[in-house]
Ligand binder design. Sequence first.
Ligand code: GDP
Ligand code: IMO
Ligand code: MG
Length: 386
Amino acid sequence: MGYPQQMNTAIIGLQWGDEGKGKLVDLLSEDHEFIVRFQGGANAGHTIVVDDKKYKLHLIPSGILRPQKKCVISNGVVVDPKILVNEIKNLPENHARIYLSDRAHVILPEHIEKENKLTHLGTTKKGIGPAYTDKVSRSGIRFCDKKWVEYFDSDIVRFLSPYICDTRLLLQEALEKKESILFEGAQATMLDIDHGTYPYVTSSNTSIGGLYTGTGIRPRDLKIIGVAKAYTTRVGAGPFPTEDTGKAGIHMQEVGQEFGTTTGRKRRCGWFDSVGVKYSSQINGIDEIALTKLDVLSGLNDLYICINYLLNGKQKTIPSNLEDLQNCIPVYTQIAGWHEDISNVKTFNDLPFNVRKYVDLLEELVKAPITYIGVGAGRDKIIKRC
Ligand code: GDP
Ligand code: IMO
Ligand code: MG
């Protein structure tokens, strides 16, 4: 593919997660030396399809399937040692090398127990909230603290120990040697602890700020690619203005196989929300958008795109107050759908007219160039738009 002018890239979700970030990371990892997860934990679920084989990753960066690469789990991630050991053991033999930050916080069995008692947010029950709570209240345990070994079987400790190191230093040296780094965001901007639909969010900064605190480095020449589905999904509880529980939503859920990678829950589905995606695009200062799962919309007669929110009759961007957000009425524009199978199309100009019109309209509404278009789950099912 070639990546001559740009050294580093960040992949950030622009909706409520599961936009297909893992697939894009797998694709772009070919052009980067390092692939870094910088926040979240095993609440993430990234599915990658290579030669019809499915790989499901929760903690390990999605560059792991490229043998010569280096995959880093940096300090901003909260790590369940048992899940990480299992994930490493299930990798294909010639996978990339793995580095785990000694400053990353450890998810302890008690974090998972605590979370099991807290049900109303619809969390993934991986101990994420309680682990981050201990981190900010300064009672957490990190891999550099000798104490972490007391909580786990000695086989787990022995297995993970060789992977633990100072990843900040490793990445700083990589920057100095001009080795390129790909940053893999987990979750997405609407789940960000500061900018998302609080309290129906996750416990980390999923937007671009999390990259800096979560790694301890300051990459210059950073291209930020926001990932958005051609429609919208959300797993778990919380407001979702463009949710469609009718025929179209069922189509998206079934054709898009919208089941959570981590919990297996059905994902709620709805129309593309340009108000939300524009908001997320601004927060991250994105350079480009990768639009995924466009193929899933084939077969719908009419498509709707949310172009505005109205609150008490007045136009609104994403409100901070949850009740206000719940009371917002989405305003839609209707656009003709298409029935062609687009999953084998290789270039933008070969897409049917109505598909191109849909993409062009999204681009105009969100005010960012759409440079990748996903037309299927496989590694090669993506159109690069110049
Ligand atoms: P992530 O959490 O953002 O990495 O996304 P997930 O992996 O949880 O969910 C995205 C799902 O859609 C996965 O099953 C992918 O294999 C699949 N996928 C990704 N891009 C496309 C696409 O363009 N079309 C279709 N049909 N599936 C896609
Ligand atoms: P990826 O990386 C979609 C959601 C949960 C819940 C809320 C809080 O695959 O896009 P948590 O366990 O983090 O405390 O749960 O956030 N959530 C996700 N939804 N994709 C994810 O990750 C998610 N990670 C967390 O469903 O609503
Ligand atoms: Mg996912």
